[in-house]
Design a protein around this ligand. Structure first.
Ligand code: HPA
Ligand code: MG
Length: 175
């Protein structure tokens, strides 16, 4: 298979993703037993992971969506987030679970957590499907992590390469 003239190499097949989503959901269900969750999808990349994960969550689950972009200051040493699409729910005193597709430098997710903490949620946790740990530039780990992957560009299961490849069922490396 190819995207934009480059070959794709299978990294994580659909069946393994499904298993992992269930594993992550089990942990979240234990941690939030008897509590409501506001699950927030970080668009666009997380939309499929989000859809699969929220359907494995027990109890009352509310959903919302936001889109952010990373922003580097002149010094390039501080990660900042720009809100491209703001969520519609008020998160004050609520249990918020941010769901993202991938963490690499950690700057965006860390900055997003810091920004949303100012709104005084009751709990604020993060779940990511993929983690390129080799690329981390700040001290931040998601609360729930699916797969640690090598520092290779990946597509599929919501992740894109210039907006292509999001609907592939498996996750592929661009080689
Ligand atoms: N693929 C798609 N989107 C991404 C990646 C990747 O490897 N890393 C960060 N965003
Ligand atoms: Mg992208």
């Amino acid at each position: 298979m190819q995207i934009r003239g480059r070959n794709l190499e299978l990294l994580i097949p659909e069946a393994q993703i499904k298993e992992k989503v269930k594993e992550i959901a089990e942990k979240i269900n234990q941690d939030f037993e008897g509590e409501e969750i506001l699950a927030v999808c970080i668009l666009k990349g997380a939309f499929i992971f989000f859809s699969d994960l929220v359907r494995e969550l027990k109890g009352k689950v509310y959903i919302d969506f936001m889109q952010v972009s990373s922003y580097k200051t002149e010094m390039e040493s501080f990660g900042e987030v720009i809100f491209i699409k703001e969520m519609s729910e008020d998160i004050k005193d609520r249990n918020v679970l941010l769901i993202d597709d991938i963490i690499d430098t950690g700057r965006t997710l860390k900055a997003l957590v810091e920004a949303l903490s100012l709104r005084n949620p009751r709990k604020l946790k993060t779940a990511v499907l993929l983690d390129k740990k080799e690329r981390r530039e700040v001290d931040y780990e998601a609360d729930y992590t699916g797969f640690v992957i090598p520092d290779k560009f990946v597509v599929g299961y919501g992740l894109d390469w210039a907006e292509e490849g999001r609907t592939l069922k498996d996750i592929y490396m661009v080689v």
